[in-house]
Design a protein around this ligand. Structure first.
Ligand SMILES: Nc1ncnc2c1ncn2[C@@H]1O[C@H](COP(=O)(O)OP(=O)(O)O)[C@@H](O)[C@H]1O
Ligand SMILES: [Mg+2]
Length: 246
């Protein structure tokens, strides 16, 4: 694979938290890459370090050691606003990420760095939301609408990379399927590169081109979805698969 296909990479990322005097290695020598236009799934049980990794990629936190690269160029310690110009993070609880008193129009456009009305219309259409919802506040929208709006907000910013952290976990099954279909469509039609973090292996296996399996802050296995699931090498991946089949 030519290096030029890689939009985002991390090399040997380490992060140790100290909580009440106790050390916890949340990232252990984690390396990854994301190719242009692909969906990389990161799967692993709660506490395995998935969110920590995303926070580091988006510069919300700094690693103790290791390197992050965007199109081959290292980026470090910049504020999230810098990261916002090329990548955007979408969280599990979309409702929480909006000011409940602010109208959607203001929340979305404010985050977008001057997105045109035309572009906003196009994005809302792409995420399947009625423009009338821009007049509503987060508190008056459903969980699914809020999640779509948070994706719309990320798209308004011109981001070419989306980091999705358990974005469907708070949604009912039908809405979950719609958001997954939307993410797939954004990858196919807009050529976005996406990291999709979830504890749900079934979901990740449906959606992602490649999978990375994390356990206790380590990447224990990585590869094409069909290969990892068809012939898992690590005991932990086998366990996850067994749980899925049961
Ligand atoms: N700010 C923090 N301070 C101390 N420990 C943390 C902090 N953030 C995460 N952790 C710990 O790091 C580990 C990984 O957490 P996290 O990345 O949230 O896992 P996941 O997203 O896979 O559920 C957990 O043991 C968690 O308790
Ligand atoms: Mg998490």
């Amino acid at each position: 694979m030519p290096d030029s296909d890689i939009v985002l990479a991390g090399k040997n990322l380490n992060k140790c938290y100290v909580d009440k005097g106790k050390k916890l290695q949340a990232l252990k020598d984690v390396s990854f890459f994301l190719k242009k236009g692909e969906i990389l799934g990161i799967v692993g049980e709660s506490g395995s370090g998935k969110s920590t990794l995303l926070r580091h990629i988006s510069c919300l936190e700094k690693p103790d050691s290791g390197t992050l690269l965007y199109k081959g160029t290292e980026y470090t310690g910049k504020p999230p606003a810098f990261a916002g110009t090329f990548l955007q993070m979408i969280f599990q609880d979309a409702q929480m990420s909006f000011d409940p008193r602010m109208k959607m129009k203001k929340a979305v456009v404010e985050a977008s760095n001057g997105c045109s009305r035309e572009k906003l219309s196009h994005i809302l259409e792409a995420v399947g939301l009625d423009e009338g919802l821009l007049e509503k506040k987060a508190g008056n929208m459903s969980g699914g609408q809020c999640q779509r709006m948070s994706i719309a907000r990320a798209l308004c910013s011109d981001a070419r990379i989306l980091l999705c952290d358990e974005v469907t976990s708070a949604l009912d099954v039908t809405t979950q399927a719609q958001v997954v279909a939307l993410i797939r469509q954004l990858q196919e039609n807009e050529g976005l590169s996406i990291i999709f973090v979830s504890h749900d292996l079934a979901l990740v296996s449906m959606l992602c081109d490649r999978i990375m399996v994390m356990k206790n802050g380590e990447c224990v296995e990585e590869g094409e979805t069909s290969k990892v699931l068809g012939n898992p090498q690590h005991e932990y991946t086998k366990e996850l698969l067994d749980n899925l089949i049961e």
